[in-house]
Design a protein around this ligand. Sequence first.
Ligand SMILES: Cc1cc2nc3c(=O)[nH]c(=O)nc-3n(C[C@H](O)[C@H](O)[C@H](O)COP(=O)(O)O)c2cc1C
Length: 401
Amino acid sequence: MLFTEKKIGHIVLRNRSIRSAAFEGMCANNRVSEELISYHTAVAAGGIGMTTVAYASVSRSGLSFPHQLLITREEIPALRRLTSAIHHEGAAAAIQIGHCGLMAKRSISGACLAPTGGFNLYGPTWPRTITVYEIGAIIRDFTHAVNIIHEAGFDAIEVHAGHGYLISQFLSEYINKRRDHYGGSFENRSRFLVEVIRAVKEAAGSSMAVIVKMNLRDGFRGGMELDESVMVAKLLEREGVDGLVLSGGFVSKAPMYVMRGNMPVKVMAKYMKNPFMSLGTRFFGNFLMKPEPFREGYFLEDALKVSAAVRMPLIYVGGLKSKEMIGEVLDKGFDFVQIARALIHDPGFINKLKTGEIVKSGCQTSNYCIARMYSGQMVCFQNDPDGRKSMQGFTNKKEGL
Ligand SMILES: Cc1cc2nc3c(=O)[nH]c(=O)nc-3n(C[C@H](O)[C@H](O)[C@H](O)COP(=O)(O)O)c2cc1C
């Protein structure tokens, strides 16, 4: 079934595979680069149905990295080159948009905002409480970003409402302690999400599909659980969203819940420019980024519970590395699959499955790609001479290999 066409919104994908939004770290000075274009062109040439440019911020205040894309009008020509190159290879082009909230790096974002202020050890940042006026301004930034994306020729938009970024921070009772109409009841905590989706859908019109990536569970005690995520899914179905990506995890509380496995913290520390951050990561990294057991298709059971509650198109993500598991997920009724690490390891993964050259990815889920992404580009250690060297000393159980 993987190699059959399927419609999402008004667009038709040549097959059921989507390159999941996985931060490339290729946008120095927050601008599109040739590396970003080459990587997504390679994924498109490798047979994917649609490739997603990751983690683009709609506002300067939503940036957490100096090498993260900021959506501005100046980027339209470069984004047009990117979408043309992807289309030329027969794939569709999507872009993930969002605002990082409490993970903002103040030196580049100018501000650090959260539903409720307080210390965030994982930045480390000290966000202040966002005002209702600023909420309105960020919603307008979403509209502005969608207009730019439309002009740049994208086929789909993925709104990032998971992983503990701003929309997810509003949804989570643990973070959102507001007493106004954006906090408290589920209806209030989901108000920001609904306002963003309405703005995005209105600006997108019918020519672009609108997808939302959301959490099944936040992954820590006190965070959002499945009962509320089913409510979120139903709400988004009512809002007419074209597809839901079912993920989980919270960047400032349970970062490894998203990807599972261990974080190679020594690699992460090695590439950090700030010596204090590097030292802190080396000593406390394993405590802050607690390992989570990995198995193929780790979100499947929870995702099936959402699938039983809604009728809209659903996109499975999480630990897909083999033809067998992809087949199982599609057989269970998911419309599309999203894949990140197997495509970081090899952009040609989908075509190789199609020709029968391989039945399983060679990705070892070491999470080296994530450790590198924090200060540079995501890269698989197996494709990086420096990576093979850095991982040599770490080929023990604790480091995930
Ligand atoms: C290097 C890397 C960067 C990631 N960055 C993002 C991101 O920017 N936005 C997002 O929604 N998920 C991000 N993720 C999570 C992936 O999109 C995906 O949900 C997760 O890796 C599970 O899929 P996989 O098992 O196929 O890798 C990232 C994952 C990796 C490995």
